[in-house]
Design a binder for this molecule. Structure first.
Ligand code: ATP
Length: 444
């Protein structure tokens, strides 16, 4: 026979085999083999056993010898026939996952467990453990899985204050007391089949007989959910519903009044938002009324008298002459005289919009010609100076600049005449479709 190897974890493993494997399932576990390379269920890191997964092997008795495997990170002995109280696990300081479900373990909640600060999954379900859960369990604040279902644990459940649990089940025990708010987001199935549990989600503590309402034999609590080192916790009945928030016992269910209030609130918000949108577009549409109308009006349409160009010192023919109208000077920059200022004043006009230097009007002359007239806001500028500026402006030629055709100036009146461009303005081009949509859907 080959000589025994001297792997540091070999004695512990062989001792375990000799005491717990009477049906000789672990045939690969021999003194001559290297545990890290040939032992069934054993994985190593840096030549030390860090993972031991021995499931469904009909292993029996105790596993005290395994507590010498001080580098263990994962230990799964689920679905065997191991018995007795758990051994002292204090030495397993690296243990992260401990799965002991579906065995015959008994005794109290293992006192050594809370000292395992790195443990984050603990499954003791389907055993014969009994007694209270010690408050020291809360030291294991890394715990994300705590499965204690189908044991005979008892005592007040309020002791449990673990904040980070994602998978939790204490169903099928003899727990009592009010479910703490930190656990109330787990489903009813996580608490069912306990004698005297109350509070959300199982029932109101003040109403007798409401505790543990879900005791149906086929409830999810009775389903064996796979929990092993290789599988993630089930997302079905155990997953903490993050969106559900933290329920505090009696406040969990939304009353009818609350639902009605929420609906009314929603409607009010909708109306308010609609009103704001309506006001916004109404105001803008009023602002651009002249501009938008000009788009749709035909040349022959008459405009209202109020929309006529308002000249300060150059009133309409029927009024201006007797008011002492001061005749100014009308200059055409190309030298061809096409109309007189009187024609301009007589023309039907509508306001196109206001710019930085004055108001622009569309003027339809008697002969059908259409021009844009810009009435300068600052009319007090001297005649000679104005003329000079206009001459310079008249010389500007560029494909993107509308050339000045003519200008008129009197003492208190300055007018600039351009060809009328019927394509609308940039504002309309940008927002026209929006106006149309808003009008179409009935805001207007
Ligand atoms: N020749 C034109 N043909 C058609 N519409 C015009 C013409 N000139 C001006 N408008 C319209 O009148 C509006 C006011 O024009 P105006 O030139 O007075 O100011 P603006 O160019 O908008 O602003 P700013 O004076 O600050 O440059 C313009 O937005 C445009 O819609």
């Amino acid at each position: 026979t080959p000589p025994e190897n001297n792997h540091p974890d070999l004695p512990s493993l062989l001792l375990f085999k000799s005491t717990s494997d009477p049906s000789n399932q672990l045939t690969s576990w021999t003194a001559s083999n290297n545990p890290c390379t040939t032992f069934f269920g054993v994985s190593c890191l840096h030549n030390r056993v860090t993972r031991l997964v021995l499931e469904n092997l009909n292993l029996q008795n105790q596993f005290d010898s395994l507590t010498s495997l001080t580098h263990l990170r994962t230990l799964s002995l689920k679905n065997n026939n191991l018995t007795g109280p758990l051994p002292d696990l204090t030495n397993l300081t690296s243990l992260k996952l401990l799965f002991l479900s579906n065995n015959q373990f008994s005794g109290n909640f293992p006192a050594s467990l809370p000292s395992l600060f790195t443990l984050y999954r603990l499954d003791l379900s389907f055993n014969n453990f009994s007694g209270d859960i010690p408050a020291t369990i809360n030291q294991m604040n890394h715990l994300v899985t705590l499965r204690l279902e189908q044991n005979r644990f008892s005592g007040d459940v309020t002791v449990l204050k673990l904040q980070n649990l994602q998978e939790f089940n204490i169903s099928g025990n003899e727990f009592s007391g009010e479910i703490p708010s930190v656990l109330s987001s787990f489903p009813v199935s996580a608490f069912s089949k306990n004698k005297n549990l109350c509070g959300f989600p199982v029932g109101n503590c003040t109403e007798p007989g409401l505790a543990s309402p879900v005791d149906k034999p086929d409830s999810p609590a009775n389903t064996v959910i796979s929990s092993s080192p290789t599988s993630m916790p089930s997302m079905t009945s155990f997953r903490r519903e993050k969106s559900g928030g933290d329920h505090n016992g009696s406040g969990g269910k939304i009353s009818m009044v609350a639902i009605v209030a929420i609906i009314i609130g929603d409607i009010l918000v909708l109306v308010l938002v609609s009103l704001i949108i309506y006001c916004y577009f109404w105001r803008n549409s009023v602002k651009t009324n002249g501009r938008s109308k000009s788009m749709s009006m035909s040349m022959s349409e008459k405009v209202l008298e109020g929309e006529k160009i308002v000249y300060s010192t150059s009133p309409y023919p029927n009024a201006n002459m007797q008011a002492g109208f001061e005749r100014g000077k009308m200059v055409f920059l190309d030298g061809v005289r096409r109309f007189e200022v009187e024609d301009l004043l007589r023309a039907s006009a509508e306001m196109l919009g206001k710019g930085g230097f004055g108001t622009a009007y569309k003027a339809v002359l008697d002969d059908g010609n259409v021009v844009a007239v810009k009435r300068m806001k600052e009319a007090a500028i001297g005649g000679r100076e104005f003329e000079h500026h206009m001459e310079v402006l008249g010389m500007v030629r560029h494909s993107n600049i509308l050339s000045l055709k003519a200008y008129y100036f009197a003492r208190d009146e300055k007018l600039l005449v351009y060809d009328y461009l019927s394509n609308g303005n940039l504002f309309w081009l940008l927002h026209g479709m929006l106006f149309f949509t808003v009008e179409y859907i009935g805001f207007k």
